[in-house]
Design a protein around this ligand. Sequence first.
Ligand code: NAG
Ligand code: NAG
Ligand code: NAG
Ligand code: NAG
Length: 203
Amino acid sequence: MLPLLISYTYLLISTNIYIVDAATGKSIFILAGQSNMSGRGGVVNLTWDGYVPRESSPNPSILRLSANLSWELAVEPLHCDIDVAKVCGVGPGMAFANSLLRKDPRFGVVGLVPCAIGGTNISEWARGGGLYNQMMRRTKAAVCGGGVIRGLLWYQGESDTLTLKDAEAYKKRLHRFFEDVRVDLRLPLLPIVQVKCPNHIPA
Ligand SMILES: *[C@@H]1O[C@H](CO)[C@@H](O)[C@H](O)[C@H]1NC(C)=O
Ligand SMILES: *[C@@H]1O[C@H](CO)[C@@H](O)[C@H](O)[C@H]1NC(C)=O
Ligand SMILES: *[C@@H]1O[C@H](CO)[C@@H](O)[C@H](O)[C@H]1NC(C)=O
Ligand SMILES: *[C@@H]1O[C@H](CO)[C@@H](O)[C@H](O)[C@H]1NC(C)=O
């Protein structure tokens, strides 16, 4: 409970904070996928350089759910205690949240739920598996303190490009995963933002 209190204290003492949704809770976004979501920006030779671009700066209205399920001020690397087998750097989560609040401060407090694990393939994310269960457990814990799940940000797929068979099965597996998440969260219209890895165009 303590980290939660500290987070709120921080919010309250900071000036110019726009907490429109304070009564109803946070705008919660699940961050899932592989390394591209977890974040490797600024990681060279297994060390993060510590550089945080302006668009990924901390913002008192952006919190993250830590591995031990407490809310805290979100700072890069967002996945440091989640994707623990790898060295984490800057990912897309903070830039997304900052951009969202810039466009519409009525989102209030954004609660990010980091769940991405580097190197994982879509089959490992299937319903019933460890990654799926962990994501569900963290998401349910996130709404426990009040708030609305506003979306899932999904950035994954490179691990499914190693064989043609997996690449061809990807679309079906991904649809299945998205459907399962919507059913299990009882949010049939849950917005899902999927990032597509760029095509490699032969020279
Ligand atoms: C995704 O991550 C892989 C592995 O770290 C990297 O090689 C690739 O450039 C990343 N792709 C994008 C589009 O960021
Ligand atoms: C990373 O490690 C390699 C091999 O040890 C070295 O040649 C290179 O200069 C290092 N790069 C940086 C940015 O430290
Ligand atoms: C939870 O993790 C935070 C850091 O992420 C730490 O400050 C806090 O003491 C931890 N709380 C518990 C109950 O382990
Ligand atoms: C996905 O990753 C797991 C664990 O590394 C591996 O066992 C499996 O063969 C991979 N591919 C598929 C299609 O399951």
